[in-house]
Write a protein that binds this ligand. Sequence first.
Ligand SMILES: [Zn+2]
Length: 177
Amino acid sequence: MDWISHIIFGLTIARLGFMNRPQEWEKYRTIIILVAIAASLFPDLDILGTHRSELHAPVVLAALAGIIGLAYPLSFRPLLSGFLSHSLLDIFLFDNSKDTIRQIIDIAITNDTTASEVNEVVITGVAANGIMLLYPISRTMYSIVLTETTYAIVAMLVLCIAAVTVYLTRRDRDKYQ
Ligand SMILES: [Zn+2]
């Protein structure tokens, strides 16, 4: 998934994680939001090495959140939310067998050589075989391949969950004021 979806989903889950802790949320909102954004992007640092490697494995990420959480307890929930929401979204793969990405690029770039270069970069950048869901037990990659339609549905679902969270947040705030 793209980084905007990761941030939206990570923030949403983090907000839900503080639903029953309104005082903590009100007091440390900015820090919580910043930690959640950083955490929801963090796993993709493995793009510097092997993309979607151990850094995308839920157990590794949960352990990392636990260790940092021991030192900074407030960071535990936003870290775990950002990390695991990222992992979850990356299980979904976009089915590019019909060269959809290239078609979209062709709309924006008319030069054929440039278009094919950009296509190459994007494909190798986003190319993945899913995530190592069960690492360290197994290094098997798990994925759910989405077509154009189902990809849009998943993206819509993420936005709907975000919208519901914003709604709940508003209602909560009204209740306390
Ligand atoms: Zn990722």
